[in-house]
Design a protein around this ligand. Structure first.
Ligand code: GLN
Length: 487
């Protein structure tokens, strides 16, 4: 029998329901474990009283027999989701100690599904970054090799799930922040179609890209969480899609015989590390054994996704972050001569370097005289990239490729060169341009024994299909069950 911390969401739910395990016992075990592994830097806030009270309530519901499916299963949330029971900082000094008066839809829905919250997870400040090193509260270490980054911006989520501190976590993905840390830490993570999951109470980075999703240790677990997360929330997020609830576990196990997997030539060029390529080839060969077939496709504007993304998202961030003015909430500079200085000092003390860089870029590209040359041009290219993807889906059912050009890099490796982070986003940004669902699935190991993720991109609302492809791969392979040494 596996140790308590090795239980997946599905296994924990089964054992809780069978009353072979209590929610309290599981919560206590994992809380102690996160204390023991505090050096990873994964958690930003925990509160034993809150967690244990939720676990006791879960046990009462399980005893009463009216418990929803995930009752008693622990989860932890990226600190961009506001919660009333825990502080919410988005990894920023400007929100240090902030308590939200309301609950985000994501955290509320998982609580309604019965999940017990173990705390809030570290992330890059306002979800801007690829290594979690932009957090104001210190970096997160990758449990596979603690001298390396866990990826970002959902780095705390990835490290916590990989280190078996919690069976699943929430993340947010604007340009790769669920997929890339999942890939770096050997997890399964899915960014659903834009609008699938309500963004209400999710601290905004770039609203036309931002999407929430689960990170876990199997496709089945992602399907379980996603089934609870999705659903309209139109009164509170007007971009949330008006679709009936969907059970994403229903299709799991279906045959993938005849599935056409599009392989974009541009995703397998010179920039891709040979060890990552070899791992991906192995995973694709497994999918072919299961009946899928590979189709050569083109995504000719892949490289342009980088400048387009790094124009559009700072533009949106510069307006989204204007609300942090030192007046309404968040950090306020202790000394100032007038209102102008209050704004300046509060914002320059509260925001970290990368966030300030993006606010400046965003303000610049939106400014009179540059708007047409940058922002408008980037919007046009965004549309063209989305059109390229639709053309590709005329020839294939899903698109496969790398998540990141290499495995997780050493802490500090990119600190003098923010551009190195931006360039490493190349393979995740394309799906983000179009708001398509995309996921990372463990595909073996590369240099230094570090995990490699296979990215699967689906057409709109094809999450169930993506999860099934991942599930079929996981039935045939055991990469997703391997764990870092010492955990
Ligand atoms: N690495 C990307 C960035 O820095 C993606 C971040 C995200 O998806 N939140 O913007």
């Amino acid at each position: 029998m596996s140790a308590l911390h090795d239980l997946t969401v599905a296994e924990a739910a089964r054992r809780l329901r069978a009353r072979q395990l209590s929610a309290l016992e599981l919560a206590r075990h994992l809380l102690a474990r996160s204390q023991a592994h505090a050096g990873l830097g994964a958690f930003l806030a925990q509160d034993e009283d809150v967690t244990l009270a939720q676990a006791r309530a879960a046990d009462a519901r399980l005893a009463a027999g009216d418990a929803p499916p995930l009752t008693g299963v622990p989860v932890a949330h990226k600190d961009v989701f506001v919660t009333t029971d825990f502080p919410s900082t988005a990894g920023s000094r400007i929100l240090a100690g902030y308590r939200s008066p309301f609950e985000s839809t994501v955290t509320a829905r998982l609580a309604e599904a019965g999940m017990v919250c173990l705390g809030k997870l570290n992330c890059d400040e306002f979800a801007m970054g690829s290594s979690n090193e932009n957090s104001a509260f210190g970096p997160v270490r990758n449990p596979w090799d603690t001298t390396r980054v866990p990826g970002g911006s959902s780095g705390g989520s990835a490290a916590a799930v990989a280190a078996r501190l919690v069976p699943a976590a929430t993340g947010s993905d604007t340009g790769g922040s669920i997929r890339q840390p999942s890939s770096f830490c050997g997890l399964t993570g899915i960014k659903p179609t834009y609008g699938r999951v309500s963004r209400y109470g999710m601290i905004a980075y770039a609203s036309s890209f931002d999407q929430a999703g689960p990170m876990a240790r199997s496709a089945e677990d992602c399907a379980l969480l996603l089934s609870s997360l999705c659903g309209p929330d139109l009164d509170r997020d007007s971009t949330s899609l008006e679709l009936p609830p969907e059970d994403f576990t229903r299709q799991l196990g279906a045959s993938i015989e005849g599935l056409r997997i599009g392989i974009p030539r541009e995703f397998f060029g010179d920039g891709l590390a040979p060890d990552v390529r070899a791992a991906l080839d192995g995973a694709l060969a497994e999918l072919c054994k299961l009946g899928a077939r590979l189709v050569d496709i083109r995504l000719p504007r892949t490289e342009l996704s980088i400048p387009v993304y790094y124009i559009l998202t700072p533009a949106e961030a510069s307006t989204n972050l204007s609300r942090f003015d030192g007046v309404r909430y968040g950090h306020r500079a202790p000394e100032y001569a007038d209102l102008e200085e209050l704004y300046k000092k509060s914002r320059s003390q509260g925001f970290g370097e990368e966030v300030q860089r993006r606010i400046i870029i965003g303000t610049y590209v939106l400014s009179h005289g540059y708007y047409d040359a940058y922002y408008l041009q980037a919007q046009k290219l965004r549309r063209m990239i989305a059109d390229d993807l639709q053309r590709a889906f005329g020839e294939c059912d899903v698109i496969a490729g790398p998540v990141s050009p290499g495995v997780a890099w050493p802490l500090g490796a990119h600190s003098a060169d923010p551009l190195a982070d931006y360039l490493a986003d190349i393979y995740t940004l394309t799906a983000s341009m179009a708001g398509l669902p995309a996921m990372s699935v463990p595909a073996g190991f590369g240099a230094g024994g570090m995990p490699v993720g296979l990215q699967l991109i689906g057409n709109y609302l094809q999450e169930a299909r993506l999860l099934n492809v991942a599930h079929r791969l996981q039935q045939a392979t055991d990469w997703h069950t391997r764990k870092p040494q010492g955990y």
